[in-house]
Write a protein that binds this ligand. Structure first.
Ligand code: PLP
Length: 389
């Protein structure tokens, strides 16, 4: 049976060119980058090359890139590392209500340890307003953390404006750019951010590798304690093959950025056009413009997103009902809640994300399957056509 994968925001397939560059670092060039003999030096060279490539994708300097085990670690590190370092200056952090759980749960953890966290509201399209940020700043605010692109509804936040507000008060600014990387142009110098989190597996690289951009000259408390790796900022023997893969994926993402954006946008728009044309009772969640090029988040009236997901899976189509990490939970999406989607619409919501390997034929196949699934479920639904849905 044909399979169509439309969940690129959960993870992406690793590109062949990436796998090809990684393999020798398992088989032949397996040295530890900290070793001083030839194999180690070779490994260190590969690590530095990957660092340069990742830095290139966001216009950073190589020394401003520190490799981590994932985007989640980078997010945890910034919040906990800044809090620990600056706790004598203040204990207030500002973030938003629509962040990934890697930020929200770290915020909750810090609240249990005496910090005060403000979760900013967003508007009906998911935008954080610079004026709301300005109003939330206090004398004891030490960090602002706002995501660059939302993982559920695709909102591209006004990071440059938000970072400028934080900067005007001398407050550090972090952005979780896990969904933004490779999907929107990123220039850390132009944006004026102090920290930026990244992950390889969202840009056709391997899972289990991430990085933190830390602006030159900044120093926060370490998250991992141990050896002197990553200029003593992040202990632990580096995942060399994974990092090499991240480097290659970053190089490809930089080279293909415009064509990737154009391809994703075209297919995402085509998908929405076809859904609107063929299926009634649908609602687009999130912004029309300033949106992740591959993201489409749709509520289907009268039916459950979970049922749509399972029945589409049986027809060979992979989609998601929320963010990957919470898709096994029945808790309604905190993001849809924050943008004001009603609980009934929330329950009937599906996230489709297209990417480099998606074709127009795939979309035609998906819309046909989706129409069948939605018709079938609505036939069975006891509330079809009832008031209040
Ligand atoms: N931040 C955002 C916005 C994400 O979408 C994700 C993953 O879905 C993460 C952080 C976590 O990244 P990782 O899977 O590398 O830990």
């Amino acid at each position: 049976m044909k399979r169509v994968y439309l969940d690129y925001s959960a993870t992406t397939p690793v590109k062949e060119e990436v796998v090809k560059e990684m393999i020798p670092y398992y088989t032949e060039m397996y040295g530890n980058p900290s070793s001083l003999y030839s194999e180690g030096l070779e490994a260190k060279g590969a690590l530095d090359e990957a660092r340069t490539r990742v830095a290139g994708l966001i216009n950073a300097e190589p020394r401003e890139i520190i490799f981590t085990s994932c985007g989640t670690e980078a997010d945890n590190w910034v919040l906990e590392g800044v809090s620990d370092k600056l706790k004598n200056r203040g204990k207030h952090i500002i973030t938003s209500k629509i962040e990934h759980h890697a930020i929200l749960h770290t915020g909750e953890y810090l609240e249990k340890h005496g910090f005060d966290v403000t979760y900013l509201d967003v508007d009906s399209e998911g935008f954080v307003s610079p004026a709301a940020l300005e109003a939330a700043i206090r004398d004891d605010t030490i960090l602002v953390s706002i995501m660059m692109v939302n993982n559920e509804v695709g909102t591209i936040e006004p990071i440059k404006e938000l970072a400028a507000v934080a900067k005007s008060h001398g407050i550090l600014f972090h952005t979780d750019a896990v969904q933004a990387l490779g999907n929107v142009p990123i220039d850390v110098k132009d944006l004026g951010v102090d920290f930026l989190s990244m992950s390889a597996h969202k840009i056709y690289g391997p899972k289990g590798v991430g990085a933190l951009y830390m602006r030159r000259g900044l120093r926060i408390s370490n998250f991992m304690h141990g050896g002197a790796q990553e200029t003593k900022k992040r202990a632990g023997t580096e995942n060399l093959a994974g990092i090499v893969g991240f480097g290659k994926a970053a190089e490809l993402a930089e080279a293909n950025l415009q064509s990737h954006i154009a391809h994703s946008t075209e297919l995402r728009n085509y998908l929405w056009e076809k859904i609107e044309e063929n299926i009634s009772g649908v609602q687009l969640n999130g912004p029309k413009d300033r949106r992740h090029p591959g993201n489409l988040n749709v509520s289907f009236d009268y039916i459950e997103g979970e049922s749509i997901l399972l029945m589409l899976d049986a027809k060979g189509v992979s989609v998601s009902t929320g963010s990957a990490c919470s898709s096994k939970s029945l808790v309604p999406s905190h993001v849809l809640d924050a943008i004001g989607v009603s609980i009934t619409k929330m329950n009937g919501t599906v996230r489709f994300t297209v990417g480099d390997f998606t074709t127009k034929e795939d979309i035609d196949y998906v819309v046909e399957a989706l129409k069948e699934v939605v018709d079938k479920l609505r036939e069975l639904s006891p509330v079809t056509g009832q008031e209040g849905w």
